[in-house]
Design a protein around this ligand. Structure first.
Ligand code: FE2
Length: 285
């Protein structure tokens, strides 16, 4: 067997989700992959979790409804302050395996331009295809990318929507394979729903996407919220799996830039600056 490609230090030294906590039956060991390596994990009856490779124990963290681990030396996991607000519904909405790099998954998550074509009648509708001007920048510490003032017409933006509306989005990319999206809540004009995609790179050209929501919804069941989110991701999956190349090219000239790609261009630069090579095609020179 050929040796696995090793993750670069930036990718290696991060926390990665391996499962929603609710999906781990106590006392039953489970196996998954991280960077092509076999990782076992388990949860005990008292809630304590552990993870290991064949030859060593790995650090673990329980956060945002998921079990996280790392093959390297991770720092602090990014904060989602809304997650602890008492009146929010925190839902681990599901995990989907996708045969394309995790960074491709994040790039697609950041792209509003595909809504009317891929999520027709839900997150977008023809002829409302325009991506209006928005802001994107790095936070002063360089640790994350944030896109603000993203406005997009949506016929059914969330589980509690009753009509179409221009929805405001904020995107955060605080981690190479995780993105946190904030969108205006139909129930409370001062607050934002949170939808996070946590990517687990199982290989260079495959990942598992764990979807976690922290939303204002006092109407629907967890099952329906999960169904809605899985339905949307189910529309993205075949599009993602048809992308060529399957790793994300970091050279800004590799793919035609349009305005909707402004966040994507910054994401690629950010990955380049941090020295990411795993799951991407590094820019030459
Ligand atoms: Fe999508």
């Amino acid at each position: 067997m050929s040796p696995q490609t090793q993750p670069d230090p930036f990718m290696r030294d991060q926390w990665y989700p391996v499962s929603a906590l609710q999906d781990i039956a106590a006392g039953t060991p489970r196996v998954t992959k991280l960077f092509g390596q076999r990782v076992s994990y388990r949860r005990e009856a008292d809630g304590a979790c552990s993870a290991s490779t064949e030859d060593r124990a790995l650090p673990v963290l329980q956060r945002y409804g998921c079990l996280w681990t790392s093959l390297g030396t991770p720092g602090e996991l990014f904060e989602i302050p809304e997650y602890t607000e008492a009146d929010r519904r925190n839902v681990a909405a599901g995990t989907v395996a996708v045969q394309v790099s995790a960074q491709r998954g994040i790039e697609n998550f950041l792209d509003m331009g595909h809504f009317p074509y891929v999520h027709t009648g839900i997150l977008g509708a023809l002829p409302h295809t325009e991506v209006k001007e928005y802001n994107v920048e790095e936070t002063p510490d360089g640790r994350e990318i944030i896109a603000t003032e993203c406005l997009f017409y949506q016929p059914m933006a969330s589980t509690v929507s009753t009509s179409g509306a221009d929805v405001e989005y904020i995107y955060r990319v605080p981690h190479p394979t995780c993105s946190v999206l904030y969108k205006s809540s139909p129930l409370d004009e001062k607050r934002l729903d949170v939808i996070a995609l946590f990517g687990q790179p199982t290989g260079e050209e495959s990942f598992r996407g764990h979807m976690v929501l922290s939303i204002l919804d006092d109407v629907n069941t967890d099952d329906f919220i999960s169904y809605f989110q899985l339905h949307i991701f189910g529309q993205d999956k075949p599009i993602l799996e048809n992308q060529m190349p399957k790793r994300l090219p970091l050279d800004p000239r590799a793919e035609t830039p349009i305005r909707a790609d402004k966040t994507s261009i910054m994401y690629r630069r950010w990955l380049t600056r941090h020295g990411a090579t795993y799951g991407v095609i590094p820019a030459q020179g």
